[in-house]
Design a protein around this ligand. Structure first.
Ligand SMILES: Nc1nc2c(ncn2[C@@H]2O[C@H](COP(=O)(O)OP(=O)(O)OP(=O)(O)O)[C@@H](O)[C@H]2O)c(=O)[nH]1
Ligand SMILES: [Mg+2]
Ligand SMILES: [Zn+2]
Length: 306
């Protein structure tokens, strides 16, 4: 029997079979012995073959993946964590207040999607919230910045439904991975998109304006308009593990464009002479925030590869 992993948490996996039944299954032992660099060898969205053994369902094969998103395991820099498999696109939920989403975090997500060839976009949510003037300005600035880089950017609200129609056009018929900091409203958005599903949501911690890590597992749901959506726990960062330092700029679309004009073909765009990237930063053609993220990621990557 074949199926798709629709929920991952601990020992047991939920697998939706071809006839639409969801069953509990465990991984055959050899997968765990042979897990390689991965914290867990299987991810949400994996296509698997199941077999019934003594009344229990066992996953005996993981089919080759179309694609995936993988990050450095925040608990162990030598391990990799599979975030999701076989997706059509990934959207990051962003709020500038409650909680504050740093630009570094947004850039990290986009770089990871570029690295794995996953189409990505940004959903600026909680548009109904009355922001302080500075935050409202920031929200607009962030949206303009990323739209200018060519990423789809929407302003939405799970509370009032603003922008949900436009979002549904992007989601229709596709499998979408939804992510973002704890408390940005991922589960609330899924509740809006799938009436009656009633996922657990919780207000932020009042004193810190941070989320409470309400969702603790990834789960895949069918959308009434067609397609599927993956709700996930709030990930704190998206550290890419396997980029060669001199290739990092390939995953910044605006840097990719001017790379060929650097004097050295292996330019790191740090202190080399005649660097087209640095020149574009000085001209304002590349945002300083993007370049800062680039430098920070570069530093992490060279630390790892040393
Ligand atoms: N005003 C407003 N509040 C929202 C919106 N979306 C979510 N919230 C609130 O934000 C808080 C957190 O929402 P959740 O859906 O639990 O956030 P989450 O991203 O799933 O959080 P984790 O599961 O911890 O990762 C809840 O109090 C929601 O009611 C929105 O569009 N507008
Ligand atoms: Mg949640
Ligand atoms: Zn350069």
């Amino acid at each position: 029997m074949e199926g798709v992993v629709v929920r991952t948490s601990g020992e047991h996996l939920h697998v939706r079979t071809a006839i639409g039944q969801t069953v509990l299954a465990t991984l055959r032992g050899r997968f765990r012995l042979d897990e390689g660099p991965y914290t867990a060898p299987i991810g949400i969205g994996d296509k698997v073959r199941l077999r019934e053994e003594e009344g229990r369902m066992v996953i005996e094969e993981i089919f080759p993946r179309k694609n995936w998103l993988v990050r450095v395991d925040p608990n162990n820099p030598y391990k990799r964590q599979i975030l999701c498999c076989n997706i059509d696109q990934a959207f990051l939920l962003v709020t500038v207040e409650m909680p504050f989403t740093p630009l570094r975090y947004i850039d990290g997500f986009l770089v990871l999607c570029e690295l794995y060839g996953i189409p990505s976009g940004l959903l600026f949510t909680k548009s109904d919230v009355q922001l302080k003037p500075r935050s409202a300005q920031k929200r607009l600035h962030f949206m303009t910045l990323y739209r200018g880089l060519g990423y789809p950017v929407l302003s939405i609200s799970a509370l009032t439904g603003e922008g949900i129609g436009d979002l549904e056009e992007l989601l229709r018929g596709k499998r979408t991975f939804l992510t973002g900091l704890s408390g940005v409203g991922k589960s609330s958005l899924v509740n809006r998109l799938i009436p009656g599903i009633d996922l657990l949501t919780q207000p932020l911690v009042r004193t810190t304006n941070r989320g409470r890590h309400t969702t603790t597992f990834s789960a895949l749901y069918h959308l009434p308009i067609g397609g599927e959506i993956i709700d996930s726990p709030g990930f704190g960062e998206f550290r890419p593990g396997d980029i060669e330092p001199h290739e990092l700029s390939h995953y910044f679309p605006e840097m990719r464009e001017c790379l060929i004009n650097c004097r050295f073909s292996n330019c790191l765009h740090v202190d080399e002479p005649d660097c087209a990237v640095k020149e574009a930063v000085h001209r304002g053609a590349i945002a300083a925030s993007r370049y800062h993220t680039y430098l920070a990621l570069l530093q992490e990557l060279t630390k790892i590869s040393r």
